[in-house]
Design a protein around this ligand. Structure first.
Ligand code: 13P
Length: 256
């Protein structure tokens, strides 16, 4: 491991997607905190649904676990029915927000241009963006995985000022591995993560080594350690296995 790899603090994030009521969310936090108490050298993040953000934030107060949103609208305020602004996330204590998740790209038609605006709006508020990229199975089978990721990165990061790349987190989530039980092998994931870091190096030459790149797609307690052992895999963005506090704690404490 190089010094720069050592400098990247692992970041393990729970993306609950459209799961959990407010009470279920608070119960999760009550169960999780004793399990991860004293965890050092890792960033642990929870992204509940919008409805539970405030109560989860309150439940996390005083702990090292960080609150994240699953989405954001780039506008500051206005007639955008159903949307949530960066200032509103700041208001409830969000330190991070996920943008460009493949489910939003595929199911809600979000383009990389829109993701770029969200990323820039978060930077304005000093909320850390977790910018997701990922290829579909058809794209991988057509040998287009690398070009798709290159395009998504280029588009999604287009509005990031040149000197602020170091504030980003990137999540590589191959669409074919999300919720399917199929994980990219650590070798496949590492290959793409190294490629992503090389692309980041073109855009943010002095920051690329410090940008954390998470892997997402069927991460579980029994595969996280192997994935995390690879040079350019700096964290995990976890869906299904993050819904249970025991399971997510095992993932967050993968090094223990
Ligand atoms: P799963 O862990 O359920 O495959 O979901 C991954 C994901 O999409 C996290 O954002």
């Amino acid at each position: 491991m190089t010094t720069s790899e050592n400098a990247r603090k692992p970041i393990l994030a729970a993306n609950w997607k459209m799961h959990k009521t407010v009470q279920e969310s608070v119960d999760f936090v009550t169960a999780l905190l004793p399990l991860v108490e004293g965890a050092q050298g890792v960033d642990i993040v929870i992204a509940p649904p919008f409805t539970a953000l405030e109560r989860v934030g309150t439940a996390l107060a005083g702990s090292a676990v960080q609150l994240a949103a699953q989405n954001v609208n780039p506008e500051e305020k206005g007639a955008f029915t159903g949307e949530v602004a960066p200032s509103m996330l700041e208001d409830v204590g969000c330190r991070l927000a996920i943008v460009g998740h493949s489910e939003r790209r595929a199911l809600f038609g979000e383009s990389s241009e829109f993701v770029a605006r969200k990323t820039a709006a978060l930077l304005e508020r000093s909320i850390q963006a977790i910018v997701c990229v990922g290829e579909t199975l058809a794209e991988r089978e057509a040998d287009r995985a690398f070009s798709v990721i290159e395009e998504q990165l280029k588009g999604s990061l287009a509005l990031v000022p040149d000197d602020r790349g170091g504030e980003l987190v990137i999540a590589y989530e191959p669409v074919w591995a999300i919720g399917t039980g199929k994980t990219a092998t650590p070798d496949m994931a590492q290959e793409m993560h190294a490629f992503i870091r090389a692309q980041l190096g073109k855009r943010f030459p002095s920051d690329a080594d410090s940008i954390r790149i998470q892997y997402g797609g069927s991460v579980k307690p029994d595969n996280v350690r192997d994935l995390m052992s690879r040079a350019d895999i700096d964290g995990a963005l976890v869906g299904g296995a993050s819904l249970d506090p025991q399971s997510f704690a095992q993932i967050a404490l993968f090094e223990a």
